[in-house]
Write a protein that binds this ligand. Structure first.
Ligand code: SF4
Length: 193
């Protein structure tokens, strides 16, 4: 029987969770006593402890603030795509599928890669206080997303599609530098520049 993507994801992450030490993971004990998965609305997710994901280390934790699985990836010299649950490494990117029908009866599957916006979380997404892709403070990177998130994009759409995307993004960058806003090209609305 084929393994479901959810099971495959859990198995992959479990392999890395087993490598986490108490020095790297603040909730090590809680995770080993009661596990790191819980169900919500029939779907599995990482367990919430003290109001946050069980892998989230507090700011004062000596092993490093934030996601223990992200720090583990750095320590092990691998990409965080390997260590984190799929939903985590994909953010803030969103891959969606658009099945288009044409008048001659043919169909085409169009894969759309974009920003995971508040509306994509469902009705409650507009109230998430921690979600920040629309905040100016989140747009301070020195590299464009297609460069800084290259590995995730390649994983989501494959190398040939990424190469074409990169070519188009570079062409777009050039037009933006020339302020060709008449072509409908504008920076992200939260971009401070
Ligand atoms: S990135 Fe995912 S696994 Fe890591 S702390 Fe956040 S929710 Fe948890």
């Amino acid at each position: 029987m084929p393994t479901s993507p959810e099971k495959k994801d859990r198995k992959r992450v479990a392999k890395w969770v087993a490598k986490l030490t108490p020095d790297q993971w603040q909730r090590y004990e809680a995770g080993h006593k009661k596990g790191w998965i819980e169900e919500e609305d029939g779907a599995e997710k990482t367990r919430v402890v003290k109001g946050a994901c069980i892998f989230h280390n507090d700011e004062e934790f000596p092993g490093g603030y934030g996601c223990a699985l992200h720090h583990l990836a750095t320590a092990e010299g691998v990409s965080f795509i390997e260590t984190k649950p799929e939903v985590c490494w994909q953010l803030p990117l969103r891959r969606s599928y658009d099945r288009r029908k044409y008048e001659d009866g043919t169909e085409q599957l169009v894969v759309v890669l974009g920003e995971y916006q508040r509306r994509d979380w469902g009705a409650g997404g507009h109230d998430f206080p921690w979600y920040c892709t629309a905040n100016t403070e989140a747009h301070i990177g020195s590299e464009p997303v297609f460069v800084s998130n290259r590995d995730e994009i390649v994983e989501l759409i494959g190398q040939p599609a990424y190469d074409e995307l990169a070519r188009l993004c570079r062409a777009r960058e050039l037009l933006l530098q020339q302020k060709r806003f008449d072509l409908g090209l504008t920076p992200h609305p939260a971009d401070p520049r």
